[in-house]
Design a protein around this ligand. Structure first.
Ligand code: SAH
Length: 384
């Protein structure tokens, strides 16, 4: 349920701490340009505050949070402190006020209301901020406190269930991306809002998202996470190993672990795509840049805002500044011995789980016919 859940892991210093401490980088202009085919005031209200605090505060138990993690401030703190993420949206909005000036904006999944506040500051005529979790009460309070009650209307409820006071909107903004881009499947909610409320020539922000794949050397960590189960205090627990292998690991990968090129798997145009386009099978060819061993494939995503005056966006790849999304590591059954110039080829199938569409099923086929290694295998993964 919780796309932002921490996974611990090799990122001992914490990807996020690192992200907030070091220099800001929100644009991977070259990479983004390549894949999209482009050249390179206050009003206090003590009463409201107290009422909202009652809803979010003491009344909630851990059981409530288990089913509704977005009601807890912690997850919003993590997202807001992800400066790659939040500053990118801020820069997109403040540097492109022509997209917002006098426009009706819909913020899909508003959380604390941060994106709505940016849009209101950029001159939006009105912003409708929809949020289904209890955080909506806080967003209302935040909007009031910051003097934007006239411009921002927070609507508490599911996008799929609420009534919007206006028939159409000019702009839809949302931060819907999950681990492996598609985990949690909030994209469907954005597409639903687009089809129902966006004017014909309306703008969706961001409008492009792409999934990428590369291969890494990861002996030490695979040992720690997978082989560990072979011998636990002298006991064979390898039945758990099978489950551990099937679960993609969300973690930060060091750029110097990368053995092959990075390949673009799939680009999605959020302004045009249909829900079904989030299920796909795509081929890949990863060419080794050095002699090494491959223990895992690594997936990550980029998003871009192509309607900006200048192309803007960010990457969650291992060569970019780390974000709370980290990368997604898929361990291989085999240790692939690859020589420089050789190719690990195959395909990846991605689809929402039939029983629970918020989960993702991934099928990975890979093969290599190299000098030192010949392997062909299919593996299943489930993101839960
Ligand atoms: N826009 C905020 C929050 C992004 S996280 C920010 O950028 O910081 C996504 C938010 O969407 C969560 O708060 C979640 O509760 C909300 N959400 C997810 N699905 C929703 C739906 N179907 N209807 C309304 N809100 C939804």
């Amino acid at each position: 349920m919780d796309r932002r859940k921490g996974s611990g892991g090799r990122d001992a210093n914490g990807g996020l701490a690192e992200a907030t401490a070091s220099r800001l980088r929100f644009e991977d202009a070259d990479e983004v340009a390549e894949e999209v085919g482009m050249e390179v005031e206050e009003s206090a209200d003590a009463e409201g505050e107290a009422a909202a605090a009652e809803v979010i505060g003491s009344e909630k138990t851990s059981a409530d949070y288990y089913f509704d993690s977005y009601s807890h401030f912690g997850i919003h703190e993590e997202m807001l402190k992800d400066v790659v993420r939040t500053r990118s949206y801020q820069n997109v909005i403040t540097q492109n006020s022509f997209l917002f000036k006098d426009k009706i904006v819909l913020d899909v999944g508003a959380g604390t209301g941060i994106l709505s506040l940016f849009c209101a500051k950029a001159g939006a005529k009105h912003v409708y901020a929809i949020e289904c979790s209890q955080m909506a009460d806080m967003a209302k309070e935040i909007v009031k406190k910051n003097g934007f009650s006239d411009v921002i209307t927070v609507i508490k409820g599911k996008v799929e269930e609420i009534e919007l006071p206006v028939p159409k909107v000019d702009v839809i903004i949302s931060e819907w991306m999950g681990y492996f881009l598609l985990f949690e499947n909030m994209l469907d909610t954005v597409l639903y809002a687009r089809d129902k409320w966006l004017v014909d020539d309306g703008v969706v922000l961001p409008d492009k998202a792409s999934l990428h794949l590369t291969a890494i050397e990861d002996a030490e960590y695979k040992d720690d996470k997978i082989e560990f189960w072979n011998n636990v205090y002298g006991f064979d627990m390898s039945c758990i190993k099978k489950q551990a292998m099937m679960e993609p690991l969300v973690d930060t990968v060091d750029a110097n672990q990368i053995v092959t090129n990075c390949q673009l798997l799939k680009t999605m145009d959020i302004s045009k795509m249909s829900s079904g386009d989030a299920s796909f099978t795509v081929p890949f060819k990863l060419v080794a840049e050095r002699n090494d061993f491959i223990h895992a494939l690594v997936a990550y995503f980029n998003v871009s805002f192509t309607k900006c005056h200048k192309l803007m966006g960010f990457s969650t790849g291992p060569r970019s500044k780390s974000t709370h999304w980290k990368q997604t590591v898929l361990y291989l059954e085999d240790v692939v011995t690859i020589c420089e110039g050789e190719t690990l080829s195959g395909s990846m199938t991605v689809a929402p789980n039939k029983k629970n569409p918020r989960d993702i099923d991934i099928t990975l086929k890979y093969s290599i016919d190299g000098h030192r290694c010949k392997v062909s295998r299919t593996q299943q993964y489930k993101m839960r």
